[in-house]
Design a protein around this ligand. Structure first.
Ligand code: ZN
Ligand code: ZN
Length: 286
């Protein structure tokens, strides 16, 4: 199972020289696993570059697991070239948006004049929407687990299990408002024992004090989640758009200091990074 980061930023795209090493595109991670169609984790602006990496004429059949409908998690959809072509298909799983709208209506409302010139219905690929909130389903050989995660508005986290390996994707996660370290049981369950936890790490401690109810976590809280869940590796993700490369380097060092000598590998996700997880067949009892 290969996990490739195409967008690692939160809130808004912010490409510039100061953050060129980590990248400026918003939330987009692609999981490629034998026996499963490609799984797109979020549809932020980074997904455009995944589309460009594919053969330009071949139809794509893929599944998108979208944590929520904030701009930074969906704005790449109309720029994802495979869904502009007939013959491609995309199954989109995301939370029920509420507000009296179906999931398809919510996507359609974000893609219509005067906000965007091309309506969702004009995309020539076959795009289907599925509202989910908790539970399990299969995408080929990948078992997907869904749970609700604290954030602003309906938001999900996803866990993917494949041939003995696992990842959890929790890009937007509200740390307790008092700065405490309590963790929602559903979040710990989602990330329990995963090989790779991709987690919100937007704020420094100072920034959290100023923006405590904006829906995000400090790097130290991301480490707490990784340790509580006994994850193998933590990828700091959803970097703040104001954080340049040097700031993310420092935050990564802060996260490693917070971990101390406890067993959790910590890295900061950057565009172009691929984490490869080889399958671990479960020994047969037969
Ligand atoms: Zn976000
Ligand atoms: Zn959000």
């Amino acid at each position: 199972m290969n996990v490739t980061f195409f967008g690692v930023r939160g809130s808004t795209p912010c490409s510039c020289d100061r953050n060129a090493r980590y990248g400026g595109n918003t939330s987009s991670v692609v999981v490629e696993a034998a026996g499963s169609p490609p799984i797109l984790l979020d549809l932020g602006t980074g997904v455009r570059f995944y589309g460009e990496s594919l053969p330009p004429t071949r139809p794509l059949h893929a599944v998108a697991l979208v944590t929520h409908l904030h701009w930074d998690h969906v704005q790449g959809l109309p720029f994802f070239s495979p869904v502009l072509r007939p013959g491609s298909s995309l199954q989109v799983y995301a939370p029920d948006p509420g507000c009296g709208l179906t999931l398809e209506e919510a996507f359609a409302q974000s893609m219509r004049p005067p906000y965007f010139p091309v309506p969702l219905s004009d995309l020539r690929g076959d795009i289907r929407f599925h509202a989910v909130d908790s539970g399990h389903f299969s995408v080929g050989e990948v078992e997907v687990t869904v749970a609700v995660v604290p954030h602003n508005g309906p938001t999900l986290g996803f866990r993917l299990d494949w041939r003995g390996r696992s990842i959890a994707f929790i890009p937007d996660h509200q740390q307790p408002l008092d700065g405490g370290r309590d963790i929602a049981p559903a979040v710990v369950e989602l990330a329990q024992g995963v090989d790779l936890l991709i987690h919100d790490a937007q704020y420094t401690q100072d920034e959290f004090r100023q923006k405590r109810d904006w829906g995000h976590s400090t790097v130290e809280y991301a480490v707490e989640v990784g340790l509580a869940a006994k994850a193998g590796m933590l990828a700091l993700f959803h970097h703040d758009p104001t954080h340049d490369d040097g700031t993310i380097d420092r935050l990564t060092a802060d996260a490693r200091a917070a971990r101390g000598c406890r067993p959790l590998e910590v890295l900061a996700a950057h565009e172009g990074l691929t984490v490869a997880l080889a399958d671990q067949p479960v020994a047969s009892s037969a």
